[in-house]
Write a protein that binds this ligand. Structure first.
Ligand SMILES: Cc1cc2nc3c(=O)[nH]c(=O)nc-3n(C[C@H](O)[C@H](O)[C@H](O)COP(=O)(O)O)c2cc1C
Length: 197
């Protein structure tokens, strides 16, 4: 996917609202990718994002070793591969290869981006917090990229295959299928639905 570079300070908008992401990491040049829905922006200045990764996951080992990770936003068209990356460990399988996903070297960090995703956020590990059975990795966004047809200052999805997916648990996902805007009317707001081709 062709992407345009964007300001790290604006990358938080790529992660709103709480969609499933693919976390890219690597160790000794070996890339890995896992699905994560426990992610969120946490600061605009400096631009910081956080993701909770179970301590037992290979991704946790890789992030702690390389001090870097990427958060990649997959579209609905990748849902089968996203679920695969969320149910199989990189300890057992080369997930990039098995899922037919393409690792692309980060511009600024030693962690792979996922070429097929609509956006990618590169993070340098800023801090690690003990979150029980998860590590909460806070990353400083040092680079970000997005597919231009999906983002003009905010998400502007034009095709269903690009829409973000939200994990409901188990094998169930919610897929956004429509866009809406709110228009000021009097003291209140009116919702106007927009057609998606
Ligand atoms: C949709 C989805 C979301 C997930 N979100 C998270 C998450 O936020 N944090 C986490 O630690 N694991 C999460 N998982 C589980 C990991 O992706 C899964 O255990 C994966 O196999 C770990 O891979 P790894 O051992 O290669 O790092 C999620 C799984 C799915 C299917």
């Amino acid at each position: 996917m062709v992407k345009k570079e964007m300001a790290p300070e604006e990358a938080y908008r790529l992660l709103t609202p709480g969609c499933v992401v693919l976390v890219g990491s690597q160790k000794h040049g070996r890339p890995n990718v896992m699905a994560a829905s426990w992610q969120m922006p946490v600061s605009r200045k400096p631009p910081l994002v956080a993701v909770a990764v179970a301590k037992k996951h290979l991704t946790a080992e890789y992030v702690r070793a390389s001090f870097a990770f990427t958060l990649n936003v997959p579209g609905y068209g990748l849902l089968d591969r996203v679920h695969f990356c969320g149910t199989v460990s990189g300890r057992d399988v080369d997930k990039f290869s098995a899922a037919g996903l393409t690792p692309v070297a980060g511009r600024k960090v030693a962690a792979p981006l996922v070429a097929e995703c609509v956006a990618g956020v590169e993070c340098r590990l800023w801090n690690t917090y003990d979150g029980g059975d998860h590590w909460i990795f806070v990353g400083e966004v040092v680079a970000a990229e997005v597919t231009p047809e999906c983002f003009e200052g905010r998400w502007t999805f034009k095709a269903k295959e690009h829409f973000p997916v939200h994990h409901l648990g188990g094998t169930a996902y919610a897929v956004t299928g429509s866009l809406a805007e709110v228009h000021k009317r009097g003291e209140g707001w009116v919702v106007v639905e927009k057609a998606v081709p």
